[in-house]
Ligand binder design. Structure first.
Ligand code: SF4
Length: 218
């Protein structure tokens, strides 16, 4: 019964245009997002390794035994590894035991990005996938609806042509695809779709992604 019921649960994800502006700002390292998680603990139970940064107070709270090094980032960057059952080692009795000091990675996590891109989070993340399917954005303008459609078109293109990008450039995991789609979605507006070849579009995606990342420093 719960499975059938879950298919019809809707949770308000907020106005899409406002969310997109905030999500892109967060990707640029600016304002954080306030995610209406409610009682969902999907990201705490879904096999994620959590990046800890030098400024995270949680670094002093997490047992060293559950930490490992991060490729390309020197200590005190560290990765907090999940338990065998996929739960975070700081998840106890159904709650985060360091909630007030949880890492920035946890504060930044917003599974609405998957709903925006029309993707699931992955086969090993059923709790998050249920939440993704429940999110419902609202649209203040037709332009917001078109922007949402263009993000989904971008995600489909990236997935369909992942092997046509230069080796290892395009992300394969859903989170990476969704984030890239957010950065380059303007290329997939109907008006920009016209006559581009796949090769031209791939070059445009790579260029637009670079432009987005460089705008971080503005
Ligand atoms: S640190 Fe807390 S909020 Fe972050 S994944 Fe672990 S239990 Fe969840």
């Amino acid at each position: 019964m719960s499975q059938v019921h879950e298919e019809f649960i809707h949770i308000n994800a907020g106005p899409f245009g406002q969310w997109l502006t905030q999500a892109q700002a967060a990707l640029r390292g600016h304002a954080g997002l306030q995610v209406p998680c409610g009682d969902c603990v999907g990201c705490c139970t879904s096999h994620y390794s959590i990046l800890l940064r030098p400024e995270d107070i949680a670094l002093d709270l997490v047992p060293a035994a559950v930490l490992s090094s991060v490729a390309g980032k020197p200590y005190p960057y560290a990765k907090m590894n999940p338990r065998a059952d996929g739960t975070c080692p700081m998840f106890t009795a159904g709650l985060c035991s360091i909630y007030a000091q949880r890492p920035q990675t946890c504060l930044d996590y917003d599974c609405r990005v998957f709903a925006a891109a029309g993707l699931d989070a992955g086969e090993d993340k059923p709790v998050i996938n249920r939440r993704i399917r429940a999110w419902q954005f609202t649209y203040a303008t037709e332009a917001d609806r078109i922007a949402h459609q263009s993000i989904q078109a971008a995600a489909r293109f990236i997935q369909q042509h992942v092997d046509a990008f230069p080796s290892n450039w395009a992300p394969r995991v859903p989170a990476g695809v969704a984030v890239l789609a957010l950065k380059v979605h303007h290329l997939f507006m109907a008006a920009n779709q016209a006559t581009m070849t796949v090769a031209d579009r791939i070059n445009a995606v790579m260029s637009a992604s670079k432009d987005f990342d460089q705008s971080n420093t503005l």
